[in-house]
Design a protein around this ligand. Structure first.
Ligand code: NAD
Length: 541
């Protein structure tokens, strides 16, 4: 029970550390990475706060050195899934009754622990198991996760403060109840922070969770659980299980207490989940909330007035950081014909300076793609592009999985603006460029809008305000996050709420109050201080 309207501590977005050579932060992460490399961990599921090991296990391989194993994880059987649901339901009563400031304290403490003693552990685990560079791990596993923890606390208090008007002798209140039942969080491999947030955002609002992470993020998922335990999160609030996604999901979606899905991953998987939930709709005690952020085919458009160096930097960072495995990564670009020769020369010369390899070597701008499955998928598109006559690979196009799953940054130029790599999500270090006639800017905007089923991120580089305004109008439904003279990646919690529509998701904007609102079911309470004691109205006298 709260006995005060408590003010939150002041905070800003977490500062990104630079990892300069010989800095303490660099040496700390290297030591932690080495320790993880040398010591194999048997990673348990966490159900009701207990570590659960099973006989059936899978190895965790390192994407940039796939012969090396850093541990193994246990595979859930049906009874473990049932246990996880029960544990979430059992923990719910006490958790939802805990006052908001107690919940807030846990997540603010988690942010401070991650900003300090957990930082190098979280970063190193993300580097080793998801093949991220120092910088990419830092902006994700440290900074973005810290920002999610802190700002979600702030958004929670803003929601609670949002109260209806009252009138004379009447007090109206809105009580933001958590959903009745439990939440199912299914998380992707590519952002450790997203994995944490998909659990923490509903938990912040008083819900309890069953969490199934990607098989390629289990190593850092376990560190998230260690962090939350040390922050004081009660047992059973988040229950972490691994195993066959279909088996686990079928069991969970058949529970009548399933009350919401918090998903991030690919579009087809999300559509399949939506269908399953629809088929089970008569089983549930409530209409489940369905929140999903999914794929993208994110674009950069360079207007004839754009600055060439800025366009090239935007393409390289936007398309190739983290090997193009960001949902927001630029994977199609439209360059005005007057700029093309210069853009092409500069792009090729800059890409020649990029080094690819092990994340532990800070000189490497790029590392491995996540898995053999992903490597083979991207390779297929590259092989086809080498054969197709409408397209030319002007940079990269080589790959090797001898040691790790490495693919060169690859630039395809297509004469066909609807070529397959202009429309489908590859999720790798490949960008396809279409050069449009300078005078066709208006019609190229219509083409961009119609080209793909997705609408996640997009960027325009231009120094002409009319062209920017036109793009904003014509592309209003083509991207949920639109950038002017900036790359289309790198959304910051609290600054650029993130999410897209069309086949990119339900656009519930992670990193904002809008997302937290999906995890509550408000109850309106009207109290009358002087109720009527006679049913007759004055006009009846
Ligand atoms: P994925 O769809 O392969 O897997 C995501 C999660 O879904 C994993 O936990 C996986 O085990 C689970 N899953 C897979 N099949 C399932 C099934 N049949 N039933 C239930 N669960 C199932 O995606 P990924 O490779 O981990 O991540 C990359 C994808 O995520 C890309 O499409 C990317 O665009 C998208 N993504 C989107 C955002 C966003 O905010 N829009 C952010 C990150 C990633």
């Amino acid at each position: 029970m709260s006995k005060g309207f408590f003010k939150l501590p002041n905070f800003n977005c977490e500062k990104v550390k630079s990892y300069k050579s010989d800095s303490n932060e660099l040496n700390d992460v290297i030591q932690e990475y080495q320790r993880m490399w040398d010591k194999k961990r048997e990673i348990p599921m966490i159900i009701g706060g207990s570590e659960v090991h099973t006989e059936k296990k899978n190895n965790i391989k390192v994407p940039h050195n796939h012969k090396h194993t850093i541990g193994s994880y246990s595979i859930a059987k049906k009874n473990h899934v049932k246990d996880a649901i029960k544990s979430a339901l059992d923990a719910k009563k006490k958790w939802e009754e805990l006052s908001w400031e107690n919940r807030a304290s846990i997540f603010l403490k988690a942010a401070d622990l991650l900003s300090g003693p957990f930082r190098s552990k979280m970063n190193a685990s993300t580097m080793i198991s998801q093949s991220k560079s120092f910088h990419q791990a830092e902006i994700d596993a440290a900074c973005e996760m810290i920002d999610f923890f802190r700002f979600n606390v702030k958004f929670m208090t803003e929601i609670y403060h949002d109260q209806p008007e009252s009138s004379e002798k009447i007090w109206n209140k809105l009580e933001y109840r958590p959903l009745e039942g439990f939440i199912y969080a299914i998380t992707p491999f590519n952002f450790t922070s997203i994995a944490a947030n998909l659990c923490v955002a509903p938990a912040m609002m008083g819900n309890t969770i069953v969490w199934k992470p990607s098989e390629n993020q289990i190593y850092s998922a376990n560190i998230i659980m260690d962090l939350l335990k040390e922050s004081g999160l009660p047992d059973g609030v988040i229950n972490l299980i691994y195993g066959d996604p279909n088996d686990i999901t079928d069991e969970i979606l058949s529970s009548k207490y399933f009350s919401g899905l918090h998903f991030t991953g690919s579009t087809d998987v999300f559509k399949g989940l939506w269908k399953k939930i629809g088929n089970n709709i008569n089983k549930y005690i409530n209409y489940p909330r369905i929140v999903g952020e999914t794929g993208g085919k994110d674009f950069i458009i360079a207007h004839s007035s754009a600055n060439v160096n800025q366009v090239v930097a935007g393409i390289i960072r936007g398309a190739f950081e983290y090997q193009g495995q960001k949902c927001s990564a630029a994977s199609r670009a439209y360059i005005s014909s007057n700029l093309w020769d210069e853009v092409k020369d500069k792009l090729i010369s800059e890409l020649n300076s990029i080094k690819i390899g092990d994340p532990i070597d800070p000189k490497n701008f790029m590392n491995a793609v996540i898995s053999e499955k992903s490597f083979d998928k991207i390779k297929k598109y590259i092989i086809n592009a080498k054969k197709d006559k409408d397209v030319e690979i002007i940079f990269g196009g080589n790959y090797s999985k001898k040691v790790g799953f490495f693919i060169e940054p690859t630039v395809i130029v297509s004469k066909d603006p609807k070529y397959v790599t202009m429309t489908e999500e590859l999720f790798g270090p490949v960008i396809t460029i279409y050069v449009y006639k300078e005078l066709n800017f208006d019609s190229i905007l219509s083409l961009i809008d119609e080209t793909s089923i997705y609408a996640l991120t997009g960027a325009i580089f231009s120094n002409d305000r009319y062209s920017i305004d036109l793009a904003l109008q014509k592309l209003k439904n083509s991207a949920g996050n639109f950038y002017i003279n900036d790359k289309p990646t790198g959304a910051v919690v609290s600054q650029q709420p993130f999410g897209g529509s069309r086949s990119s998701g339900t656009n519930d904007k992670a990193g904002s109050k809008l997302n937290l609102l999906r995890w509550v079911s408000p109850r309106t309470i009207k109290e009358n201080f002087l109720p009527a004691s006679d049913f007759r109205y004055p006009f009846m006298e």
